[in-house]
Design a protein around this ligand. Structure first.
Ligand code: SAM
Length: 269
């Protein structure tokens, strides 16, 4: 049986992967002191966190294919502390920065003297600068565009609207069993957009393995690691179930018709 998720440190694990084997690195790493868990409070200061995270991500470079993408979850930061900006600048020296996606959540939190927070950020980089050498399967919303296109000369390629870099149509898990657990529908969109069936998806900060569950049920291959033994075991268990059961949440519009036949792993979705 495959070990989809192993208990390991991300940096050490990156060196065990086959050169030029990864099609998509999709990961939700620690955010630097946003949640109380020990895994989010491992660094003496912000610079140490930035150096650590960028070193880990860069260590995967030899294992990434030339058309691969890297997607990294982050927060916007606060006054005097914006790791996302340094992480973007540092990784831009090694990879090609392509976009910054904001995921809007339903539940907002904050104080009465400030706008409420209800977002997470996702940075997208590619190995190649050449856009035709980067896997990108145009994502579509369920909403129809309602017009035929810009003009007769430039008709719309689909009757559905395209997904923008602000996502407000995928709710977070309202009662996640695990802190920071991501909804499968969110991971599905990233995986369907940035990889093809049979591709290898990797997540070095697997948590409970949401990336892996999504990848496997969408017919991709998956490998991940997680530092906490019990979490790695739970993630592996979820991945095995996804790989053996075939698990898709729901059938969507025409571009997603391949994904049928299935049940939902996340009862909260
Ligand atoms: C934000 S959580 C990931 C949650 C995941 N997206 C899910 O849906 O379950 C980040 C994870 O990174 C793990 N982690 C922290 N430091 C690590 C390291 N050096 N190597 C591997 N995993 C690490 C933490 O234990 C934590 O589970």
């Amino acid at each position: 049986m495959i070990d989809y998720v192993v208990k390991a440190d991300a940096l050490a694990w990156s060196k065990t992967l086959e050169p030029r084997s990864i099609d998509l690195l999709l990961t939700d790493p620690p955010y630097y002191g946003i949640v109380e868990d020990a895994w989010d409070n491992q660094w003496s200061n912000e610079d140490a966190y930035i150096l650590w995270l960028t070193t880990v991500i860069e260590s995967f470079k030899p294992a990434l294919k030339s058309n691969a993408s890297i997607l990294i979850f982050q927060g916007i930061g606060k006054h005097g502390s914006s790791p996302i900006l340094d992480i973007r600048r540092t990784l831009e020296k090694e990879f090609y920065f392509r976009n910054w996606i904001t995921w809007k959540k339903r539940r907002a939190y904050g104080k009465e003297y400030d706008y409420l927070f209800c977002r997470e950020e996702i940075l997208w980089f590619s190995m190649s600068q050449e856009r035709t050498n980067v896997t990108f399967n145009i994502p579509l919303l369920d909403e129809k565009r309602g017009y035929a296109g810009f003009s007769e000369k430039y008709p719309a390629k689909s009757e559905y609207k395209r997904v923008s870099n602000v996502w407000d149509d995928i709710p977070e898990l309202m009662r996640p069993e695990r802190n920071c657990q991501k909804p499968l529908e969110l991971m599905d969109r990233f995986i369907e957009t940035h990889s093809n069936p049979g591709d290898l998806v990797v997540d070095p900060f697997a948590g409970w393995g949401s990336t892996g569950v999504s990848a496997l049920r969408l017919g991709r291959r998956f490998l991940g690691c997680e530092a906490i033994e019990e979490d790695a075991a739970k993630a592996n268990e979820r991945c095995i179930a996804a790989a053996s059961g075939g698990v898709i949440v729901k059938e969507k519009k025409e571009s997603k018709k391949k994904s049928s036949n299935i049940i939902d792993l996340d009862s909260d979705d």
